[in-house]
Write a protein that binds this ligand. Structure first.
Ligand SMILES: [Zn+2]
Ligand SMILES: [Zn+2]
Length: 213
């Protein structure tokens, strides 16, 4: 599988725009292309997708982690260019999207081959668990339920070896000791501390970063 960071507070590739928010694009064998979150602005999201060669119409599945604007702001722009994608929204999602293929997620379930949602944790946010040969890689939006709680929930899908996305105010750094891939993005308050503690395991996040799993 391959994950491309499309939207982030920082930028790692020339031509892309940085903005407060998060979105990434997940591709793999035998799975429809997945867009996870949509950043804060449609115009920035679509600009970055164009620069990265990602066509909105090819997206087969859209997953929204939680209702906050910095993860949902670009959704309308994508929906205008893509009428067919299946949407996985947390049960608490703030608005209805009529005439679309919408799955409201409450409990953990499988989305497609090797891709699972943790279910909506703490009534606010879902995360993705990607099953790979190395174990489970977690893709998180803001981690409002807590990084530790998300890791515990994802353990039902296998041993978690990595995590990518926003960690918010997470500071229980020992929880990361057993991971071999840590990519703190977006709202991660203690990004510098985490990068310093785990220099071998950490990837410096930013729009344009590509992770090959
Ligand atoms: Zn949030
Ligand atoms: Zn956020």
């Amino acid at each position: 599988m391959k994950i491309t960071i499309v939207y982030d507070n920082e930028v790692k590739k020339q031509g892309l725009k940085a903005d407060w928010g998060f979105s990434c694009f997940i591709e793999g064998q035998n799975i429809p292309p997945i867009l996870f979150d949509t950043g804060a602005s449609s115009s920035i999201l679509l600009h970055n997708m164009k620069e990265l060669g990602i066509s909105p119409s090819t997206i087969g599945i859209i997953v929204i982690s939680h209702s906050h604007f910095d993860h949902t702001g670009g959704l309308q722009g994508i929906l205008e260019l893509n009428e067919d994608a299946r949407l996985y929204l947390p049960a608490s999602f703030y608005r209805a999207i009529p005439d679309r293929n919408v799955v409201k997620v409450k409990d953990a379930c499988q989305i497609c081959d090797n891709v699972f949602t943790t279910g909506e944790l703490r009534s606010i946010e879902q995360s993705l668990a990607l099953k790979t040969d190395k174990g489970v890689l977690l893709v998180v939006g803001c981690s409002h339920p807590g990084v530790g709680n998300i890791m515990d929930a994802a353990a039902e899908f296998g041993t978690v070896y990595g995590i990518v996305g926003g960690f918010h105010g997470f500071s229980d750094f020992a929880r990361l000791n057993d991971l071999s891939l840590i990519c703190p993005c977006h709202c991660t308050q203690y990004k510098q501390e985490i990068m310093k503690l785990f220099p071998q395991e950490c990837l410096d996040c930013g729009a344009g970063l590509v992770l090959e799993l």
